[in-house]
Design a binder for this molecule. Structure first.
Ligand SMILES: [Zn+2]
Length: 308
């Protein structure tokens, strides 16, 4: 009897440990070491500021493609790449489009982050662009990996846009191109500068146009240590970020959008926007908040309508 009791206790202990381990594996999103490694790599001097149509930009491209391929994200276009040119000088640029199929499979949420930055000055000063926007790109990679393992209801298109710094060219091209029927896009979630925790605040911009989104974001922020702020989207009020990044072409097409980003800081568009300035606790928590918000958007997508 004693032995049986001991066995039962032992089995009970094992089961508890196992369920704890299972719980842990869901609690460790995102993989902090991977996130910080990726961030340091994308903002390292060797990428020379990732300016569109440079060698450093191409290194970033290859890194993103290799990673999403490894994760198992499908290519939305051949080789994941949408090549285009823009401007009088027909500058070549490349968007990277990965795709996770939802189980209902009809509509799309486009989750975007620009991977280009402003490059170098006088061939000596490197603009590393750690917060702007290696942070958004790395968050997008972590989200792609999460949703690849946790299938969403709707299709998720992961858009790594190029040439944002040259006038939102990648996002504009994507919206004008024929790669997809844009009426299937029900929402855009854009990430641009999501890692600087100087004020422990993250803005969610765009709910002025689609107020239905606000409680979904508030709910996602409830158990988080960082403060979510709304606004910067009301007409005639300054500062106004409605046209500030790649969400603008979606907004123009009257597609509901949320832009996640921190306030401008002293290192914005300076050579001092480096990875060591980033507080990992804030950054990882921001990624968790955005992931939870996307899950809420996904679960309620049918009711997310521009202007409501
Ligand atoms: Zn940016």
């Amino acid at each position: 009897m004693k032995t049986l009791k001991f066995c039962l206790v032992f089995i009970a202990l094992l089961t508890t440990q196992q369920s704890l381990a299972q719980k842990d594996s869901t609690l460790v999103f995102p993989d902090s070491a991977k996130v910080m490694n990726d961030l340091y790599f994308l903002s390292s001097d060797s990428l020379q500021g990732r300016k569109t149509n440079t060698e450093g930009n191409e290194i970033a491209q290859n890194f993103i493609i290799e990673r999403i391929q490894k994760i198992g994200v499908s290519a939305y276009v051949q080789d994941y790449t949408q090549q285009f040119t823009f401007g009088k000088d027909t500058i070549p640029a490349v968007n990277i489009l990965g795709f996770v199929e939802g189980y209902s499979g009809k509509h799309f949420i486009v989750i975007s982050a620009h991977y280009d930055h402003v490059g170098m000055k006088d061939s000596t000063e490197i603009f590393n662009g750690a917060d702007d926007n290696a942070s958004g790109v790395v968050a997008l990679l972590a989200l792609a990996e999460y949703f690849r393992e946790n299938q969403p209801e709707n299709n998720l298109l992961f858009a790594f846009f190029d040439a944002e710094e040259m006038g939102l060219q990648g996002a504009k091209h994507f919206m004008q191109s024929v790669v997809m029927d844009t009426s299937r896009i029900k929402m855009n979630v854009n990430l641009d500068m999501v890692s600087r925790g100087d004020k422990n605040e993250l803005y969610a911009v765009g709910t002025y146009f689609t107020p239905f989104l606000k409680p979904l974001i508030t709910e996602a922020s409830k158990d988080k240590s960082i403060k979510i702020l709304f606004g910067r989207d009301e007409p005639k009020k300054k500062p106004n970020w409605v046209s500030a990044s790649d969400h603008a072409p979606f907004h123009k097409a009257e597609i509901p959008f949320v832009y996640f980003g921190v306030d401008d800081h002293e290192d914005y568009h300076k050579i001092t926007d480096t990875a060591d300035k980033i507080n990992p606790d804030f950054y990882l928590e921001a990624i968790r908040l955005i992931k939870d918000a996307i899950e809420n958007f996904d679960a309620n997508l049918g009711e997310i309508v521009y202007g409501k």
